[in-house]
Write a protein that binds this ligand. Structure first.
Ligand SMILES: Nc1ncnc2c1ncn2[C@@H]1O[C@H](COP(=O)(O)OP(=O)(O)O)[C@@H](O)[C@H]1O
Ligand SMILES: [Mg+2]
Length: 456
């Protein structure tokens, strides 16, 4: 009895929502994908399809809605599923807003703007969004505890500590007096967390659009800000030595790795970057140089970009590189600085790292507790270096391994190199034996990491 009542209720809500939004729905819905969409409910029979086939857009849509309303609550549910499956996201939002009695003006304005888009474009746009979210979840939702612990990455959401920026909120970074900043440069010395921050932005973007159990760790304000972007492209510049334009970098480093990569042509990506509100994050400008090709575009100090009205580009870099760029203030746009950890944040990072090291999969038997470790680090002569996350992670690892963290910067770096060597020999055997190229390059990279940090 109750079930029947709730289904009657849904049917009534569905009928009201469709009637109230009839004009927008029949004007903006793409009927053919709805008709062809496969669900486990038969909304239209073969005869219905045949009758509808030759009609124009409005008439086709009217026929579909008549069918939906005649099929009761189940028909309405199926209709929403079809909108979802055919990526007609804005229409689905319109319906959900109307169901909840919310104002639909903003969505209607958006629908007007996207009315010109073809069903193919809408389908690819939806698929790309889903693929990107899957990709970020798979490849960018983890951080390395330290290069000393390579195997198991740590979930970024629960581990990440909001860094100190010289702007109060992400909103202040993206907008100045209500106007969007299209070019943003985020500068910070090595190891302060530029790459991790870039991953945080990509992760908050997908959490904002499609939250999972980790969404609880993100600040509401950040999520609201990231939800505003239709797409986020995170490019790790260190991974490229052959591409020189932003579009090419996106294509080679991101699109080619997606599940449906071949569905997304260069032409489609170009259109998308021009039409949708996109955020492109270029991480590590200091790790990139213009490839030695005959490209005539300038300037060669940054990846070339096309002028696009809705696209925001954040470039992260070490400060010295910014000075070398020779860009006009217009080209530089807004500059934001990521600074060292506060004392409290550093303490929290120690607590979180110890907790991670003591729990699976590391299961390290560590005698020291976080309060004693914080004391040890901040009473040491290298305490001032502990506000750099990368170095703090090294200090924690050294201490947990029974090493002394040293009395000077030089001694600390020596200890780090010693520990890196020890780890490498533990893993690959005696260092005097010839190392395979992979092993030696890994060792070398780890050492470079330390050396670079010492320069900052
Ligand atoms: N905000 C943060 N919260 C937690 N750990 C961080 C944070 N920022 C950096 N780290 C740690 O420091 C390491 C180095 O940071 P990274 O982002 O690679 O620095 P950068 O790109 O500036 O050289 C990361 O692997 C991570 O372990
Ligand atoms: Mg980096």
């Amino acid at each position: 009895m109750e079930m029947a009542e709730s289904s009657d209720n849904e049917q009534e809500i569905g009928r009201k929502v469709i009637i109230k939004n009839f004009v927008a729905l029949k004007k903006y819905m793409h009927p053919d994908p709805i008709i062809d969409c496969e669900t486990d409910f038969e909304l239209l029979t073969v005869t219905d399809r045949r009758t509808i086939q030759g009609k124009g857009l409005i008439e086709k849509n009217e026929a579909i809605f008549r069918k939906v309303m005649s099929k009761g609550a189940r028909g309405y549910k199926d209709f929403k599923e079809r909108l979802k499956k055919t990526w007609q996201t804005e229409l689905l939002q319109l319906i959900v807003c109307a169901e909840n009695g919310q104002n639909t003006r903003e969505i209607e304005d958006r629908l007007k703007k996207i009315a010109v888009l073809s069903p193919e474009y809408i389908k690819h746009r939806g698929e790309l969004k889903e693929d990107l979210m899957r990709f970020y979840k798979w490849s960018h939702s983890k951080v390395l505890l330290s290069p000393l612990i390579e195997e198991n990455d740590t979930p970024l959401a629960s581990f990440y500590i909001r860094p100190e920026l010289n702007v109060n909120t992400l909103q202040d970074m993206f907008k100045t007096e209500g106007v969007a900043n299209r070019e943003i440069y985020l500068k910070a010395d090595a190891g302060l967390g530029k790459t991790t921050f870039s991953k945080y932005l990509a992760t908050s973007w997908y959490q904002a659009h499609c939250p999972d159990e980790d969404a609880q760790y993100f600040e509401m304000k950040d999520m609201d800000c990231m939800r505003d972007f239709d797409f986020v492209f995170l490019v790790l510049l260190r991974d490229s030595n052959t591409s020189c334009s932003v579009d090419e970098l996106i294509f080679k480093l991101i699109i080619s790795k997606l599940a449906n990569s071949t569905s997304f042509t260069e032409e489609f990506i170009e259109k998308l970057l021009s039409r949708e509100k996109c955020l492109v994050i270029l991480d590590g400008l200091d790790e990139w140089t213009h490839p030695n090709t005959q490209c005539e575009r300038g300037p060669r100090s940054i990846p070339h970009r096309n002028v696009r009205e809705k696209c925001t580009i954040i470039t992260t870099t070490r400060p010295w590189k910014l000075g070398d760029l020779n860009l006009s203030s217009n080209e530089l746009g807004k500059t934001v600085e990521l600074t060292k950890l506060s004392h409290d944040s550093a303490g929290t990072l120690v607590t979180r790292t110890l907790l991670r090291l003591k729990s699976p999969p590391h299961n390290m038997s560590i005698e020291i507790d976080d309060t004693s470790l914080v004391k040890e680090i901040f009473n040491s002569r290298v305490a001032h270096l502990a506000y750099v996350p990368l170095l703090l992670m090294y200090m924690i690892c050294l201490s947990c391994e029974g090493f002394n963290i040293g009395k000077s910067k030089c001694e600390l770096y020596v200890k780090i190199v010693e520990l890196l060597l020890l780890r490498t020999t533990q893993k690959y055997g005696n260092i005097h034996k010839p190392l395979s190229s992979v092993n030696s390059s890994m060792l070398f990279l780890n050492m470079i990491n330390v050396r670079n940090t010492s320069h900052s």
